[in-house]
Design a protein around this ligand. Structure first.
Ligand code: ADP
Ligand code: MG
Length: 254
């Protein structure tokens, strides 16, 4: 499974959009935050995949992105690296005054990054990757998904939640219970967006992204990933992204 890591540079990437920044060429010259660089090393990654090369530069430029890339192309690092690189640089202090990372009294969490993903399995995988890359940093990752005991997830969220990986249905539930506020979100990711729509999650996704809690397109950075780019995904991209850069990595169906 996955791509042949020695052949990264053979994978064609097409980009379109206005003022497209250049991709980074490798981890060493990318001027990554030292802690992220260290954690990437610890995880055994030596060479960034094409989608990672591009997304790190998108993160730095603060640009929205829609990436069509196949399974195994390294999309998880593709969104975690830009989010963590910028978060480690800016630190938690950027959060609006008066809003703690965590409000103990209301037991409500105020994550700065939200990653939506379709299934329990995928959210868990992303969470495990996030734990590695957040190691020894101020960013505390959390995961919530449906079909599992919500009590244990609530207790985890209560202990601190800066980067939340969630399935759309369970997140709506937590928002309705006032246990999560999205008002501090700076980074929003829709991973496997085509699969989320195939599973019927569009109403929940729209409730989350278009809810009044969620900062608007000008106040957040949004990254969307999908294996395919059919009409319904194009419409989500139009509604959720601002002046976005479109990437096609490898051969992708539509
Ligand atoms: P996708 O989400 O596109 O299917 P993943 O992010 O899950 O891909 O990555 C697929 C596999 O490749 C995972 O096991 C991951 O740990 C590994 N991987 C991703 N990026 C790199 C890299 N830069 N170097 C080495 N291994 C990587
Ligand atoms: Mg993935």
């Amino acid at each position: 499974t996955g791509i042949n890591f020695e052949k990264y540079d053979d994978i064609p990437v097409e980009s379109s959009g206005s003022n497209v920044p250049d991709p980074i060429s490798n981890f060493e010259e990318a001027d990554l935050e030292p802690l992220l660089r260290e954690n990437i090393k610890l995880s055994g990654y030596t060479v960034p995949t094409p989608v990672q090369k591009w997304s790190i530069s998108m993160g730095r430029a603060g640009r929205d992105m829609m990436a069509c890339a196949q399974t195994g192309s390294g999309k998880t690092g593709g969104f975690l690296f830009p989010i963590l690189n910028e978060s480690f640089r800016t630190g938690p202090a950027e959060i609006p005054a008066g809003e703690g990372r965590q409000s103990y009294r209301s037991r409500k969490a105020y994550p700065i990054a939200l990653i939506l993903s379709p299934t329990r399995e995928l959210t868990s995988q992303i969470y495990e990757e996030a734990r590695k890359f957040c190691y020894r940093s101020w960013v505390r990752p959390c995961v919530v998904y449906g079909g599992a005991d919500i009590g244990q997830q609530l207790r985890q969220v209560e202990r601190g939640c800066d980067l939340l990986v969630a399935t759309p249905g369970r997140l709506v539930d937590l928002i309705e219970r006032s246990r999560i506020s999205l008002r501090n979100i700076r980074y929003l990711v829709l991973d496997e967006a085509d699969r989320m729509l195939d599973m019927g999650f569009e109403p929940q996704i729209r409730r989350i992204v278009e809810g009044e809690d969620m900062p608007g397109v000008n106040e957040r950075q949004t990254l969307m990933f999908s294996a395919t780019f059919p009409k319904d995904i194009q419409m989500l991209a139009q509604d959720f992204l601002r002046d976005y850069i479109f990437l096609t990595v490898g051969r992708v169906g539509s």
